[in-house]
Design a protein around this ligand. Structure first.
Ligand SMILES: Cc1cc2nc3c(=O)[nH]c(=O)nc-3n(C[C@H](O)[C@H](O)[C@H](O)COP(=O)(O)OP(=O)(O)OC[C@H]3O[C@@H](n4cnc5c(N)ncnc54)[C@H](O)[C@@H]3O)c2cc1C
Length: 468
């Protein structure tokens, strides 16, 4: 349990509950490249999750003049969301495209969908190029709709999207109600959509990437929380990064701090909020032959509530979501960094999950073997912040992936790394321009995320249906 002071702050808390992915210790968990912190370096990166490690990777990749980089991590390597997620690389190819088209315009929404779709193969390429042993599987994701009204609305929105012709939907396949249950294997399916996706073991990928980076001179310092970063440069043009183990002076600082960003970058206070999620792993008893699922899944109960599911090659299933159980209790998840405890109201949600939802699993004896929580960084305008922090030249942010980082982080980190390396503007790096952080995004007074959630929080007893 953490103290009251920690509870009210947005720092990573001590002793996060173990996740399936991080249950076994790894060599780099508590690594410190040097016993003391270097006093100076070219670049400090804060946060050793996927975003921080991938940014370091791209800064050092094929770089004839590599800068000195210190990677600071408050806890163990990959102990944040990247080590506690669902392992699902599931691009948003159609579902939120109409929503984003309304907010940002059709062209920008189409660019975002294409950017996400490109990540499935970008992650595959990375895994192959770097020979990362991380259970990567290329697959199709099946989005299965259980609510008849929601199924109808989504199909209509999809057909409208086709008509616009602006969005590349070649990879998206629709299955109507008459075939949906058989095609998906999900009981009561009203329709489903499928598209190319992947799943993997993120912590293995990130640890192995780090091993390569250490050989290239990266200095990794775990269990070293950044307490503050100066808001002005010193006379030599350096930022001062304060930790309990001393200070580091650096020309450039990258914040890859996910939901914890506002703790050390206060201007992002209402812009990136820590949000707690819950995930589980379901295993069948030895010797029981359960139907093998070849696809990954999204199970959509209505416009707000959905679960995500990946079938692992070991026969177990990783399932997360369970929003129905706790989203109406704001304090249980919103502005909450407590991954040192489970969400009590949601733990039993995963019991009997496969038997409830999947054909042929009724007698599987499948049981929950692990449950864990993790902290996401939800962005108030639904999209991540990438680029130079407004009014702080030399400070950079890559955060706010809103529970959806796996199909966004690789390309985002490449763009942020190019900006750090040689000043290449974010929008010139193949990243949708809307993802660029800006003063306008940081100072805007309205908060679309919180506005969209009001209906969930109004009545604690009967959460309203989504308007997202
Ligand atoms: C339960 C759950 C399930 C999810 N499932 C999926 C999924 O299936 N697919 C998907 O695409 N996305 C999923 N996500 C979201 C995904 O995991 C994140 O978008 C992604 O991991 C974010 O990576 P990151 O590097 O930005 O953040 P993190 O992995 O959280 O890394 C940030 C790091 O910064 C460190 N840090 C923060 N502040 C400081 C500080 N002051 N000093 C030093 N270090 C600091 C933290 O300790 C942490 O290690 C899920 C998230 C959760 C919690």
């Amino acid at each position: 349990m953490s103290s009251r002071a920690e509870e009210s702050s947005r720092s990573p808390v001590a002793n996060p509950v173990p996740s399936f992915w991080n249950a076994e210790p790894r060599a780099l968990d508590d690594h410190r490249t040097t016993p003391d912190l270097p006093q100076t370096c070219d670049v400090v990166i804060v946060g050793a999750g996927f975003a921080g490690v991938a940014t370091a990777y791209h800064i050092l990749k094929d770089n004839p003049n590599p800068p000195s980089i210190v990677l600071l991590e408050a806890r163990k390597v990959c102990s944040g969301a990247s080590g506690r997620n669902g392992g699902h690389v599931k691009p948003d190819t159609y579902f939120n495209v109409p929503k984003f088209a309304k907010i940002f315009g059709v062209q920008a929404a189409a660019e975002l969908a294409a950017f996400e779709a490109s990540h499935v193969y970008a992650v595959k390429d990375l895994v192959e190029a770097e020979k990362l042993d991380c259970d990567f599987h290329l697959t199709r994701a099946l989005d299965v709709y259980l609510d008849p009204e929601h199924a109808k609305q989504t199909e209509a929105a999809y057909r409208d999207l086709i008509k616009t012709g602006a969005v590349n939907l070649h990879d998206v396949a629709f299955t109507p109600e008459k075939d949906a249950e058989r095609v998906s294997g999900v009981k009561g399916a009203r329709c489903c959509f499928s598209f190319t996706a992947a799943h993997l073991w993120p912590a293995k990928m990130i640890h192995q990437l780090l091993e390569g980076l250490l050989k290239k001179g990266l200095n990794l310092q775990t269990n070293t929380p950044t307490q503050s970063v100066s808001s002005t440069k010193d006379a030599d043009g350096n930022w001062t990064v304060q930790t309990p183990r001393g200070t580091i002076k650096a020309r450039k600082v990258v914040f890859a701090t996910n939901g914890y960003t506002a703790q050390i970058l206060p201007e992002y206070k209402d812009k990136i909020v820590p949000v707690r999620g819950i995930c589980s792993r379901i295993s069948s008893p030895r010797g029981v032959a359960t139907p093998h699922l070849v696809n990954t899944y999204g199970i959509r109960f209505d416009a707000r509530n959905n679960d995500y599911l990946i079938p692992r090659a070991d026969g177990s299933i990783v399932v997360g979501g369970a929003r129905q159980r706790f989203w109406h209790h704001r304090e249980q998840w919103f502005d909450n960094v407590r991954d040192d405890e489970l969400v009590a109201d949601a733990v039993s949600y995963f019991d009997g999950y496969m038997q409830r939802h999947f054909r042929g699993w009724e007698d599987s004896g499948a049981k929950v073997s692990e449950v864990w929580t993790g902290i996401m960084g939800y962005s108030s305008d639904f999209i991540p912040h990438l680029g130079e922090v407004p009014d702080k030249p030399g400070q950079f942010i890559i955060a706010g992936f809103s529970g959806h980082g796996m199909p966004e982080i690789l390309g985002s980190s490449k763009a942020v790394a190019a900006l750090v390396r040689d000043g290449t503007p974010i929008e010139k790096s193949g990243v949708p321009a809307i993802l660029k952080t800006s003063k306008e995004r940081v100072i805007r007074k309205d908060n679309p995320l919180e506005e969209s959630l009001q209906s969930v929080w109004v009545d604690d007893k009967s959460p309203a249906k989504a308007k997202l």
